[in-house]
Design a protein around this ligand. Structure first.
Ligand code: TYD
Ligand code: MG
Length: 455
């Protein structure tokens, strides 16, 4: 019978090796390898319930260190992160090409380095000259950032290995990085995964805040393996229409905080400006009432943002299949709403093209937008404008009922502050606030009657 092999297990990270070493190859701790208790009987080798180490259980309320957070120097960035970056954490920053990821990270890096934090900015996409040009244009050329153009993860980690670790390491982008541990061209799934793995391990071991830029594919997912999203602690998405000025920074996943706060920026000639009070940004500033336009008080985290929803309905004479096009909202949700309006209210959209647009390049994800979208659709269909200073909110169910939404009071108070005097929403949760009259709509039929009656 073959001699059973000894195994050594690291008491810190649990990794297994077949030879004793002073330092664990996986977590780098010293003198943590212990020989596994030899259980060589046949049954022990085929029974997972024996021969392992005992795990120590802990109470949930055992004392822990409070999370240390570091400001990025941009309040809107901090807000989206849930209060700043956590040292030793990995952040994936996704967004379409040209949306402003490199600009945002350069501005944050400059702010941190100006306050004395050591920031390493590695660009795999642009030459250092290009980054310097941008820094010059943004007025950040004097910031003491350590800048390099590199694509080899080994080169990056070798260089960093000689110095005390930086406070923040920015890698722009992970798709350009190459690890020589495995085969394959940069950008392939295995390369992206291997490069990210090495960089994240360095960040965790050294308490470095790591920011990886990730490209997104056409359908909005971060290119490369989905597993990248599992490997990092925080996934951020930088959104907006390139033709519009406004940009929204949103956390899609955050192991250290809530994911409902957004950061709002405006892309100006001098880089990204923070927008501290975004509630009026996405209104088109119209003076006359127009059919097909409804204002919705969206809620982003704790901040209300008023957005204008525009609908256009075009009747088709021929029997051609009508188009439905949506910008800034979910097309599946629009199809559902049209179906409910047809079947519960007897409206006919089947021979009409339907276009829906959320003004200002804003992307709506709040389900409370249903009623505002329905109001815009009915208003467009009947060619009756909604009252100019009115807001609409409520979730629509398949039965055509209007369901209550979260934080109705907050939405109403913000609208009143901005000069709106009428609101329509669900029966529960809404009420008059100073200078604003609230009307409850019980169902979609009630909404249709109300829109038809407004002239
Ligand atoms: P960039 O940060 O390079 O985008 P990404 O890294 O996401 O691909 O920025 C892209 C756009 O931002 C670029 O097309 C020009 C615009 N821009 C400005 O409008 N103002 C500025 O000050 C800067 C630096 C860029
Ligand atoms: Mg870039």
């Amino acid at each position: 019978m073959a001699k059973p092999k000894k195994r050594y297990i690291c008491t810190e990270c649990g990794s297994v090796s077949h030879r004793w070493q002073g330092q664990c190859a996986d977590c780098g701790q010293w003198n943590t390898l212990e020989e596994e208790r030899a259980e060589t009987t046949f049954s022990a080798r085929h029974d997972l319930s024996k021969g392992g180490r005992a795990i120590a259980f802990e109470a949930l309320d055992a004392p822990t260190q409070p999370l240390e957070r570091q400001s990025t120097g941009l309040a809107e960035f901090d807000r989206a992160l849930g209060g700043g970056v956590v040292p030793g954490s990995a952040i994936l920053m996704g967004g379409e090409p040209g949306i402003g990821k490199s600009t945002l990270l350069l501005q944050a890096s400059a702010a941190i380095s100006r306050k004395g934090g050591d920031v390493v900015y590695v660009s795999g996409e642009e030459a250092t000259g290009q980054v310097r040009l941008r820094a010059g244009r943004l007025g950040l050329a004097d910031a003491p950032i350590r800048l390099a153009a590199a694509t080899s993860v080994r080169d990056i980690l070798t260089t960093l290995g000689d110095d005390p670790p930086p406070a923040m390491l920015v890698v722009d982008s992970i798709q350009t990085m190459h690890s020589d541990m495995i085969e394959g061209a940069p950008g392939t799934v295995s390369q992206v995964r291997a490069s990210a793995f090495e960089l994240i391990r360095y960040a965790k071991e050294n308490g470095v805040a790591l920011v990886l830029v990730g490209h997104v594919t056409k359908d909005g997912n971060i290119a490369g393996p989905r597993v990248l999203e599992h490997m990092v602690d925080v996934v951020m998405s930088f959104e907006g229409e390139r033709s519009h000025q406004y940009r929204i920074l949103r956390a899609l996943k955050n192991r250290f905080g809530a994911v409902d706060e957004i950061g709002v920026f405006a892309m100006e000639g001098q880089g990204l400006e923070e927008v501290a009070n975004p509630s009026m940004l996405f209104l088109s500033g119209r003076e006359e009432p127009v059919a097909g336009s409804a204002v919705f008080p969206a809620l982003e985290g704790t901040r209300p943002v008023l957005v204008e929803i525009q609908a256009l309905i075009v009747r088709l004479q021929s029997g051609a299949t009508p188009r439905r096009a949506v910008v800034g909202w979910d097309s599946g949700r629009l199809a559902m709403l049209l179906a409910v309006l047809e079947s519960r209210c007897g409206l006919n959209f089947s021979s009409a093209e339907v276009y829906l647009n959320v003004a200002g390049g804003y992307r709506l994800s709040d389900p409370a937008a249903d009623l505002a979208v329905a109001a815009a659709l009915v208003s467009a269909l009947s060619d009756k404008p909604l009252p100019l200073r009115s807001i609409w909110f409520g979730e629509v169910s398949l039965s055509g009922e209007i369901r209550p939404v979260a934080h109705a009071g907050l939405r109403l108070r913000e609208a009143a502050k901005l000069g709106f005097d009428r609101a329509c929403g669900p029966a529960e949760g809404g009420q008059d606030v100073p200078k604003l009259r609230y009307s409850a709509v019980s169902g979609l039929t009630g909404l249709v009657d109300r829109v038809m009656a407004s002239a």
